[in-house]
Design a protein around this ligand. Structure first.
Ligand SMILES: [Zn+2]
Length: 342
């Protein structure tokens, strides 16, 4: 089978289209023929060697994939060959205290597909059967691949790590990103008023199209003042943040009393300076969010089937152009998602 493997770290990293043996499942695994795989910031960290763990190379990246089962392990009974599936990228053990209570995002023995083991920029991938979620009727491979990681990350942030009350004000950072474009739609469906941010006119227009009531220019250093003005100085109830660095403290400038910031990323920096005084006086919350629970992925696919959540797909690359797909995402000139199809 063909696989686009990262053979050297760097920016850009070095990719090679390899011919690899078809993977075989152990008793509790399945082989999935990959039909589409989304690209994420995580893949860029893998490429540049920027993750806080050592990754042995070569490695096939890709954690956001949908496809069709082509082989079952001997102990797999609840799936059949030909079933169409999405795969939960944070592979979980199913046995630890957190998995047992349905909090797979906290799994003690978690592995990341496409990071700790070979992922979806290949014709086939082998994964534990417990990582599969069935594609509902009407949800195609590209839709699933564009929502399985990014969309379910937003679902986890908005419905598990935090709760949205109807008429809440929700600020979504980077509304044209994979996570941001899903977060705007989910917050709207939950009855919130959404403000978003975007660095270009096109990205800001996309955020409005997805349902944001207002969008501010993130290249203007005073954008938090703009958010306060839009809410009559009150501030927002919830911020969905996935950038980190200087952006995270600015989110608190936009936050109402009793408000919450949920963060799931640190692209712009992992160390921040933070003023604790207004934080405790205003009784605010900062909540970390990582991956997703199984129920978040199932809900994401169900919402897609119901037409409540639509993927934003910018470009689809063939597998032999995986390096070009990485370059496209790295350029940040992307509306929604970049996909790769074998
Ligand atoms: Zn576990």
């Amino acid at each position: 089978m063909k696989a686009a493997q990262l053979i050297a770290h760097g920016t850009p990293g070095k990719f090679e289209l390899c011919e690899l043996p078809v993977p075989r499942p152990t008793a509790e695994q399945v082989v999935v023929d990959v039909r589409a795989c989304g690209l994420n910031r995580l893949d860029l960290w893998l490429e540049e060697g920027g993750l806080p763990i050592q990754i042995p190379l070569p490695r096939t990246p890709g954690g956001e994939l949908a496809g069709q089962i082509s082989e079952l392990g001997s102990a797999v009974t609840d799936w059949k060959v030909g079933d169409t599936v999405a795969i939960q990228s944070n592979l979980y053990c199913g046995e630890c205290e957190f998995c047992k209570r349905g909090e797979e995002s906290l799994c003690l023995r978690s592995e990341l597909l496409g990071v700790n083991r070979d992922g979806g920029f290949a014709e086939k991938v082998v994964v534990p059967a417990r990582a599969l979620a069935s594609l509902p009727t009407g949800v195609g491979f590209e839709t699933a691949a564009a929502l399985t990681l990014a969309g379910s990350t937003a679902m986890h942030m908005l419905t598990d790590r935090a709760q949205v009350r109807p008429s809440d004000w929700v600020l979504v950072i980077g509304g044209a990103s994979g996570v941001g474009s899903a977060a705007i739609q989910i917050a709207r469906q939950l009855g919130a008023h959404v403000i978003s941010t975007g660095s270009t006119e096109t990205k800001r227009a996309l955020a409005i199209n997805l349902g944001a009531a207002f969008v501010v220019d993130s290249t203007d250093a005073n954008w938090p003042a703009e958010v306060r003005k839009l809410t009559n100085k009150r501030g927002v109830d919830l911020v969905i943040e996935h950038v980190g660095g200087d952006v995270l403290p600015k989110c608190f400038e936009c936050l109402a009393r009793g408000g919450t910031v949920v963060t799931c990323g640190a692209t712009a920096g992992r160390d921040i300076s933070f003023n604790l005084w207004p934080f405790f006086v205003k009784q605010q919350r900062l909540i970390g969010s990582y991956g997703r629970n199984r129920k978040d992925l199932v809900a994401t696919l169900a919402w897609a089937a119901a037409g409540k959540l639509k993927p934003v797909i910018d470009l689809v690359f063939p597998l032999d152009q995986a390096a070009a797909a990485f370059a496209k995402l790295r350029s940040r000139d992307v509306l929604g998602k970049v996909l790769v199809k074998p």
